[in-house]
Design a protein around this ligand. Structure first.
Ligand code: EPZ
Length: 419
């Protein structure tokens, strides 16, 4: 199993280029199931989840070509299997994104119920109730969601909670439904907007993506399309945190600053100098006195839960006390105990973690528990005295494309090894 060895205390200096957004690439790949024509996606990150989604599509009968590392050509004209098996779903919950497209185009789908994961129970009840509202018949059969439908019929769906993949699943299903579907309390994440751009390029009629109310006018068929995935805002945010925690200076290119409003605001409140040098680049100066600030995670456009762990790592080096509130997932503080083993002072009480900053961190053997927690441990290790060994870096490989190479190019002492 791969591990990282990191020697800390080197301020990062240089330029990092942000890869495409994993959380946009995954629904866009699933959208190819909606058409018998080829969908071409560019700027995909080469990460484990993309490889898993490719395997899922191929197992269903899709032809998937990778002419280059960041491009996929997907053709779903010969789908023979309509299911996402447990073996794949348990490694990647986003497999449930196959549900809406299969049901909409073929009237049938069987997707293993994703179990919970490290960060929480993560049910998909809102996906299922939305599909039933569109006319699907859904039953649970030995751990699988089995769904059948004649032609789905448009309706109004109000999400009790903001759900990103729930919004994406229903937007895809409604694209081929009969009549109009209105999604209320829809997720506003940039990845939802990116999927809507692809679907409209495929001939869908979607308006309002990026707002809380999305209207979809169903069409009979969807054609192929070509699309470039948006930059990964969470990877960009992770590099902002890396500049902050090491007191370095980074130029972050290939990003979209418009997707990072709440993140930039929070790091500026903490004292960071962040300059927008173009529509696709930020200049971050972390050689400042970091001040503790409170943060609460909320749906976009507020502070993203996927940046919570990285922000916590940064606050261990800030002056004062920071209260971090996790409002999205019920168990997303596993990284706190590992950081405490490195000398941080973090007290977790339910949905709140209280960080007393100004603690020198020392290297240790630590273990990653989930994707963003592992990123936060890399950040803590970059700030720590001495050597840190991070185990189970396969978590980080799920969502970061060559992170150790990108960090090393800015002076970080980080290497991947296998024991
Ligand atoms: C997406 O997960 C992202 N994954 C997550 O990123 C991200 O943390 C999350 O959105 C929140 O922004 C992808 O896009 C592939 P939700 P998703 O449905 O869609 C509850 C990462 O690190 N809920 O928006 O699964 C749920 O339990 C990953 O890249 C229900 O109760 O998240 C949670 O508390 C981690 N019923 C809240 O809503 C449902 O049917 C938000 O979940 C669906 C969700």
């Amino acid at each position: 199993m791969d591990k990282f060895r990191i020697i800390g205390r080197t301020p990062l200096k240089g330029q990092v280029h942000v890869s495409g957004a994993k959380n946009s690439a995954l629904p866009c790949m699933a959208a190819a199931l909606l058409s018998e024509e080829t969908v071409i996606l560019h700027n995909l990150p080469y990460v484990r989840d993309i490889i898993t989604m490719r395997r899922l599509l191929e197992d269903m009968g899709c032809m998937v070509l990778m002419p280059e590392r960041s491009t996929l050509k997907i053709n779903a004209s010969k789908i023979a299997f309509f299911e996402a098996p447990y073996e794949l779903v348990k490694t990647m919950r986003a497999s449930v994104l196959a549900l809406g497209p299969l049901l909409a185009r073929f009237g049938r789908a069987s997707v293993s119920l994703p179990g919970g994961c490290a960060i929480g129970q993560r049910p998909i009840d809102l996906h299922l109730s939305g599909l039933e509202a569109l006319g699907a018949k859904i039953e649970l059969r030995s751990g699988n969601v089995v769904a059948v439908a004649d032609r789905l019929k448009g309706t109004r769906i109000i999400f009790e909670k903001v759900t990103v993949t729930g919004t994406e699943n229903l937007m895809m299903a409604a694209s081929l439904a009969e009549g109009i579907t209105v999604l209320e309390n829809a997720a506003r994440e940039p990845e939802v907007v990116d999927l809507a751009v692809l679907l409209n390029r495929m001939g869908a009629r979607i308006s309002g993506a990026g707002t809380s109310t999305i209207t979809i006018e169903g069409v009979a068929k969807l054609r192929g399309a070509e699309h470039t995935i948006i930059p990964d805002r969470i990877e960009a945010g992770t590099f902002i945190a890396a500049a902050a925690i090491t007191g370095g200076q980074l130029e972050i290119t290939g990003c979209n600053p418009d997707h990072l409003g709440a993140v930039i605001d929070k790091f500026r409140q903490a004292g960071l100098h962040i300059e927008r040098i173009s529509d696709v680049a930020l200049l971050v100066d972390g050689n400042v006195r970091l001040e503790a600030v409170d943060v609460a995670t909320e749906p976009f456009p507020l502070f993203p839960t996927d940046m919570q762990a990285q922000f916590m790592a940064t606050m261990t080096q800030a002056r004062g006390r920071s209260v971090i509130t996790e409002n999205i997932f019920e168990n997303r503080f596993m990284h706190a105990s590992e950081m405490c083993r490195m000398g941080a002072s973090i007290n977790v009480q339910g949905r709140q973690a209280v960080v007393d900053g100004n603690r020198r961190l020392t290297g240790a053997k630590v273990q990653a528990s989930d994707l963003r927690a592992s990123a936060s441990l890399v950040l803590a290790a970059l700030a720590a005295d001495g050597e840190t060994i991070i185990d189970r870096v396969y978590h980080i490989d799920r969502g970061y494309d060559r992170i150790e190479e990108k960090l090393r190019s800015c002076g970080a002492q980080i290497e991947r090894f296998r024991e």
